[in-house]
Design a binder for this molecule. Structure first.
Ligand code: XMP
Length: 481
């Protein structure tokens, strides 16, 4: 049973937020450290922690998405940039530690050693497979070969000809064994005719062991999602070959034009498409019934840290309420599409509540904006470091014009977001680890051994204003009297 029904709020005219509820303690048979945080971002994308970074231009570009994926979550690359720039960010994530590199930089045997050295320097790589005109592998030339040879020499006279190779069925573990056995750092992958189809590097494969929670695609590359406008089919088609999911990024999805454009778009791309933002029963049912291939629901309107939508328009749907409504709709329809709680999340307790109300993951801007990996300027203010965070509807974000269609087209644009300085938090991996630990602690109290149990079994209650009053004579750090 969904939380609205369970709490008798189905017919109520009340909307609510995170501070209105609390998880009740319940029996658990395991220790919090053994609790599983495995979940889904979208129908075909599993996560190891339920954390997603927002598609905002002060939150998610490649660096943030790499950290999220290495630590079990996923980043959604923002769209306030050209198609080429967004694609480049996505490709950086995919290249970060791919198991078999597909777009291998190669050289011809007739080229000179000097040319090989130049290519290696330009691409920041330490070796090149040598291929003939038919792409057949004939050797490999490494930094070591180049360093001790004359630059006028032909590559074919300086390269190693006896190359250890692998075929495409090799596993990461087997490739490590092979490279260790032959003390090599690069392992070309060839097809049955000896043609080069990829390259495995020791650095990339050994990195994999460092991130046990990483979420990867079938080719062993880190997963990543990208935000798009429903009206930008060109962008969607350019990105879909590389991303694991596309996220429709509009402030108000329940709009005739948005729904029909998204419907057309989903018919032309093959990856998962997450729709949003949604916040009402009618909106959710209408969207799901009109669009066949919905792989995820991003819900919550106006609840974000730098949103001014609700102040300016008095319209919105608080995130926790939106999650509860979405869960209710999906239960009624007998569907199980992952729900992403988006906006206003300040701590792991908020995430636990969102999941208890039916979400599968939480999308966060504020929580990650202050991290080293966010693409925002770092500033020293009054002896402390801060990072800039801005709403995608803020005046300064809109000046770039590239994601301005997130909001309604009006004769005069109304800013629906603001900017703020956020205290610098250091590395996002630490934020993720702390969030994961605190979420496990919350689940431990709530008696949930995994995300499914938190969604289905956790008990929540309304909180009265005096429920948690604390001693008033204590002076906490940072407070003054
Ligand atoms: P948090 O609270 O995690 O929220 O920073 C992130 C979410 O806020 C949304 N967003 C906006 N909403 N005006 C809005 O009304 C804006 O300018 C704006 N910018 C971002 C977005 O859903 C994001 O994931």
């Amino acid at each position: 049973m969904g939380k609205l029904k369970e709490l008798g709020l189905e017919e109520s005219n009340l909307v609510f937020g995170f501070d209105d509820f609390i998880l009740l303690p319940s029996y658990i048979s395991i220790e919090p450290s053994d609790i599983s945080l495995n979940t889904k971002f979208s129908l075909n994308n599993d996560l190891n922690v339920p954390f997603v970074s927002s598609p905002m231009d002060t939150v998610t570009e490649a660096e943030m998405a790499i950290t999220l994926a290495r630590n079990g979550g996923i980043g959604v690359i923002h769209r306030n940039c050209s198609i080429e720039e967004q694609l480049a960010q996505v490709k950086r994530v995919k290249r970060a530690e791919s198991f078999i590199i597909k777009d291998v930089v190669t050289i011809n045997p007739e080229a000179t050693v000097g040319e090989a050295a130049k290519i290696m320097e330009e691409h920041g790589i330490s070796g090149l497979p040598v291929v003939d005109e038919s792409n057949k592998l004939v050797g490999i030339i490494t930094g070591r070969d180049v360093r001790f040879a004359s630059y006028e020499l032909k590559v074919k006279d300086a390269m190693t000809k006896d190359v250890i190779v692998a075929d495409e069925s090799i596993t990461p573990e087997e490739s490590i064994d092979l490279m260790r056995k032959y003390r090599i750092e690069k392992l070309p992958v060839v097809d049955k005719d000896g043609k080069l189809i990829g390259l495995i590097t020791y650095k990339d494969v050994s990195h994999r062991g460092m991130y046990k929670d990483a979420v990867r695609d079938k080719m062993g590359r880190l997963k990543v999602a990208a935000a798009i406008s429903p009206f930008d089919l060109e962008r969607a088609l350019a990105l879909e070959k590389y991303v694991d999911a596309l996220v429709i990024d509009v402030a108000h999805f329940h709009n005739e034009n948005v729904i029909s454009a998204t419907k057309k778009l989903t018919e032309q791309v093959s990856c998962d498409v997450v729709i949003g933002n949604l916040g009402s029963r009618e909106g959710i049912i209408d969207s799901i019934s009109k669009i066949d291939k919905v792989a995820g629901l991003r819900v919550g309107i106006g609840g974000g840290s730098v949103c001014t939508t609700t102040q300016i328009t008095r319209a919105g749907s608080p995130t926790l309420y939106a999650v509860a409504v979405a869960r209710e709709c999906l239960d009624e329809l007998g569907m199980d599409i992952p729900i992403i709680a988006d906006g206003g999340i300040r701590n792991a307790g908020d995430i636990a509540l969102a999941i208890a109300f039916g979400a599968s993951s939480a999308m966060m801007g504020y929580m990650f904006a202050g991290c080293k990996e966010s693409p925002a300027p770092l500033m020293m203010l009054g002896g402390r470091y801060y990072k800039l965070h801005r709403g995608m509807g803020s005046l300064s974000a809109r000046q770039k014009r590239l994601s301005v269609d997130r909001y309604a087209k009006l004769p005069k644009e109304i800013p629906e977001g603001t900017e703020a300085w956020i205290p610098y938090k250091g590395e996002a991996s630490n934020v993720i680890k702390e969030l994961a630990s605190a979420l496990r602690a919350a689940m431990g109290y709530a008696g949930a051994r995994n995300i499914k149990e938190l969604q289905t079994k956790a008990k929540v209650k309304r909180v009265s204003p005096s429920a948690f009053s604390r001693a008033s004579d204590l002076l906490f750090p940072g407070e003054s009297r």
